[in-house]
Design a protein around this ligand. Sequence first.
Ligand code: HEC
Length: 115
Amino acid sequence: MHNSFIIIFYCLIVIILNACSKNNEEEIKPPTCDTSNVTYSATIRPLFEQHCTSCHSSGKINLTDYESTRNLAIRGDLMAVISYNGPKKMPPSGKLPDCDIARVRTWIEKGAKND
Ligand code: HEC
């Protein structure tokens, strides 16, 4: 009688702890970042239009133009500036959200295509 009470009590503790740890996992999990459908036209160009082209819409760094954007991407300049790791940091006003940076990286890794 006494033993079965202990067993039931133990089971309850295990169930409660499990439920708690599941909740914690959900809270800690970072917000999801979907990089599966990244394209130049739907993702990359609008992103740069929002954050970059107010300063870079002509000349050597023209982020309204695919060829210019691709050249910067392939040379590594694009990731260098948006990752905020090097001496030049873009946009100057503050780092892009991690998810946007991940999307640019994905686009470049898939060949920086005009898709
Ligand atoms: C407020 C204006 C402004 C915005 C917005 C801006 N830039 Fe710049 N960017 C500059 C200026 C000014 C320079 C040149 C000064 C320098 O070399 O530090 C520059 C330089 C660069 C360079 C060349 C760096 C090098 O190594 O010479 C790249 C690449 C670049 N920007 C990319 C971007 C990207 C990508 C964004 C958007 C995510 C962006 N910039 C947003 C003003 C801006």
